[in-house]
Design a protein around this ligand. Sequence first.
Ligand code: COA
Length: 327
Amino acid sequence: MTKLRSRIAGCGSYAPAKVLSNRDLEEIVETSDAWITTRTGIRERRITLDEKTYEVASKAAKEALKSAGVAARDLDVIITGTVTPDMVFPSTSCFVQSTIGARSGIPAFDVSAACSGFLYALDIADKYVRSGAANKVLVIGVDIFSRIIDWTDRSTCVLFGDGAGAVVLTATRGKSCILSSHIHSDGRYWDMLYVPGAIDSNPFEKRPSKQKPHVRMKGNETFKIAVRTMSRAAKEVLEFNGLKPEDIALLIPHQANIRIVNATKERLKLTDDQVFSNIDRYGNTSAASIPLALDEAVRNRRIKRGDIVIFVSFGGGLTWASAAVRW
Ligand code: COA
């Protein structure tokens, strides 16, 4: 009998209504629309001032459930990739579980892998389904980076935006399925990109922590590693499945910088039509980046049944990941 696999039965996304343009940023830090556009490809991003992470996540989740035709009460597992939860605990997934009306008693938990969070969550969800432990899994990528940005630091505050994306995986023995997923990390490079100090390092120390929980990044070094790693991750998933770059109908890479996306495209010798990007309108939404882009690609009919779709990500940790899907 054909092996049990998972398929993406539906997807959804949500981005806050407030648009923060490059021109708006010119009022906040010393920067220019021209600098941001040419160095990053970002023109605007969405920012939320009053929504909670779990609310943003739940909106994307409800869209994904609707598009999959799956009722929240039928979910077996909820997994969320995020590094900006509303609280240290409970997890975002627990809040989502009660908000969307999923059953009491199912496992609901978060995964911390920064910008690779969604693909990490997808990898775990796929393994739940393949093992027969779950039939229907909700996978969410959500981040509200506006809360952990130093809005006086022009080298980071222009890059990020807020949002959420979600997919519902269902068990299948058919051809449309997740072919494989691959997740990796290398903690030696933790200081490329990090946010210090959510918890007191020493409870008996009277001095308040000097380090605010803001994004710190070695931009230039991170850029170089990202270019190398994203193309390597794409090659890994292609080779594993006996695929060639020309077999890719759509590559949906993590949207960190259009120059990283383009470098990945060139290293794999892909055409413009084979690569999806919406970074101009959302910036880097961290764990939300890939599912937000996927949802837009699906709605714009950029993906049809039978297509090979590849996801690749890169993020703090360092973490990187890839997945191949036959749509
Ligand atoms: N506006 C104007 N000038 C800026 C600026 C801004 N927003 N941010 C930085 N600069 C300046 C720097 O101060 C520097 O000035 P100097 O030459 O006088 O010192 C100059 O621009 C060049 O800085 P540099 O860091 O070398 O630019 P860069 O071409 O590497 O681009 C990033 C900077 C951050 C856009 C780029 O390094 C990047 O995208 N890195 C990867 C980030 C990333 O993907 N992180 C998430 C991974 S998931």
